[in-house]
Design a protein around this ligand. Sequence first.
Ligand code: GBH
Length: 462
Amino acid sequence: MTRAMLQFPRDFLWGAATASYQVEGGATADGRGSSIWDAFTRVNGAIADGASGDVACDHFHRYAEDVALMAELGLPAYRFSIAWSRVMPDGATPSPRGLDFYHRLTDELLANGIEPVVTLYHWDLPQAVEDDGGWLDRDTAARFADYAAHVHSGLADRVDRWTTINEPFCAAFLGYGSGVHAPGRTDKAAALVAGHHLMLAHGRAMRALRSQARPGDSLSIALNFSPAIADGDTAAHREAARKFDGIHNRFFLDPLLGKGYPDDVLADVEHLPGLRDAIADGDLEVLAEPIDWLGVNYYAPTRVTPLDDPRAASNCPLPGLLGMDVLPPRGKLTSFGWEQAPDSFTDLLCWLDEYTGIPLVVAENGAAFTDTVSADGAVHDPERADYYTEHLRAVHRAVSRGADVRGYLAWSLLDNFEWAMGYTQRFGLVHVDFDTLRRTVKDSGRHFSRIIAANAVPAAST
Ligand code: GBH
């Protein structure tokens, strides 16, 4: 019996992703400066297992082996990020060997027929920039644009696809609001200001790259989305969902579409001082610089419920949320405790397609499970393989409903340093033993490889 296959569009971009601090290691190699994550991982209790990214997957030294694995899996693209503190240790002055690693990596990818997809910022701000105020200082946006232009000058002869910033939501709200990420501040008003400066940095970098445009340039930002699911259908439930969706999703999306920050969200955060003053004349035009594609990072939806008192404090630390709570996830969970909800993924992609009119690329999607190398030397992770199958069916449903989804990059190529969770959560298609640094392709990696080769995912049996 042959199972029907759901075919993806011709030229659909397939690949896997990582981020510099999560995989590179080589923390002082080639004169790399320190970043806010080097500092944050030294704070007692900040990281679940007390670990750091000092060595991580040692991708800095083992990139050739890792590119060979990508080739073995038949990955057409690899999304990686650049460590600003490697390129400019003090955040401003290019280091002589700063881009060397990224030249080597890019050349190795191209030699193997793998397209590089470069993210300029995945959260590892140079500590020197943090010392000058970090994302609370407006000038950081200008410095980021200079850095972006420098990297683009060095690599754009071989790199077409660029992402300015990965998930400004996390950098701002987890870094400055809830304190779960570097630099570990807990000030919701400051988190909003940081959010605006990150968006300004994106816009300024867009303009800098456009001004030195290369043929083939394809520019983007990657946002993380969490659709709000209300646990009922009253007006109060819809209001709870509106609030969560507003601050989590539309706050970062609307400015890219030339709409500025959404009025309802500005009203929700009115009691937090600073944001309106941080938005200077002309900023909203900078944020609206057109992008060529939108990177969509999706992991899970969030369940929300209204509180009786609309002014009551929320259990959710996002800026401005009152009168609503987040509910525990339900149903099938990952080892991180995140809900597996492929239908929300379809809905999200269809909504984004209609709401933005911009081509979409799934820049991250994946799941953590507790994997071990078995006696037979393999890593049997059927839950992750199923997760990919179901989420790719979800992407296919969105495409068949007309959503302009151009690609899918799995998170992640390798098990890696999972931020505040250290090495306790594994997202890789490839297992990494963090004692020996030995790589083992997981069953899910082979599964994903077969999907890519077929450009299709098996349909659900009915
Ligand atoms: C991505 O962020 C990152 O880009 C990537 O570096 C990371 O390794 C990957 O996800 C896996 O974590 O339940 O209230 O704590 C994902 C964004 C933000 C999604 C926090 C889950 C949990 C909210 N994440 N969110 S809460």
